[in-house]
Design a protein around this ligand. Structure first.
Ligand code: OOG
Ligand code: NI
Length: 271
């Protein structure tokens, strides 16, 4: 699979459970915008069968290189970002992992069981990142118990390996000069934004401003019946030039910390 095939598959799987992202994408295209992606985010657990080192392979194979790393103490997450050396317009990739050893013994045991019960060959599949919840997480009881400790773990249980979000490169939009203008347009069109830590995360001094929608609610079939579970969100990033005149390429941990919450059920008003 080449880079474009991989990124296209990630997009197709993403809009399947995130119809609002496709609608926003089309709305901007109708305004004459040509959309570039700033980055795509992936989530995982730090078990050595599925950790960042395993998931990064699909991207390294198509020209990506590891760049920054980020720590999220309270959420017990670690993340790395990747840039494509061969194609400057390619979206960055942001991969985070839950640090299991910092979680409760109960959570560790649940995740261990999920992974142990899978056909172990799936972890060697070069397309693992496109494979979703390979453990077929269909128990509301497990989902809810994970949710009590880690919203991230609960999301992983249901959705697994796939794009968690795509991010529009706001610098490349012709009709919006600031992130606030884009946010206002989205809100006027009926979308709700993640207001955790303010609708705009980051400042021009931090060289990156970000905003995001709240994740769509998706009907998930569990053995106990159907439940709406936040799926994925759409993010918007505006980058500022560094002193050498080039746009900042990294991420800002304090902002990312709040962006993670875009999948949090607690931010949903309609659930
Ligand atoms: C990643 C959240 C962080 C960013 O751009 O700072 C992030 C996630 O929700 O998995 O994407
Ligand atoms: Ni992001």
């Amino acid at each position: 699979m080449d880079k474009n095939q991989l990124l296209t598959k990630l997009w197709e799987q993403y809009i399947e459970i995130t119809p609002s992202a496709l609608k926003i994408h089309e709305l901007l295209e109708e305004k004459g915008e040509e959309i570039l992606n700033d980055h795509i985010a992936i989530r995982t657990f730090n078990d050595k069968r599925v950790n960042i080192e395993v998931l990064e392979k699909a991207f390294i194979n198509v020209g990506y290189e590891a760049k920054g790393e980020y720590y999220f103490e309270t959420k017990k997450l670690y993340a790395k970002h990747y840039e494509n050396a061969l194609d400057k317009n390619a979206p960055r990739i942001f991969i985070s992992e839950l640090e299991l050893e910092k979680c409760s013994a109960e959570l560790q045991e649940k995740v261990q069981q999920l992974l142990d019960n899978c056909d172990q060959n799936v972890f060697n599949d070069p397309n693992l990142v496109l494979s979703g919840a390979v453990w077929k997480g269909n128990s509301q009881a497990v989902y809810k118990s994970l949710l009590e400790e880690s919203e991230y773990a609960a999301w992983m249980y249901v959705y697994g390996f796939r794009a968690n979000h795509f991010t529009i490169n706001t610098n490349a939009l012709k009709g919006f000069k600031t992130l606030e203008e884009l946010n206002n347009f989205l809100e006027a069109s009926g979308w709700e934004l993640n207001a955790s830590g303010g609708k705009i995360k980051g400042t021009p001094e931090q060289l990156l401003e970000q905003s995001s929608t709240l994740a769509d609610l998706y009907d998930v079939d569990f053995e106990e019946g159907t439940l709406k579970v936040p799926s994925c969100y759409y993010e918007f990033a505006l980058r500022y030039p560094m002193s050498n005149g080039e746009l900042y390429q990294g991420f800002v941990a304090s902002s990312a910390d709040k962006i993670f919450e875009s999948t949090d059920v607690k931010l949903q008003k309609t659930i």
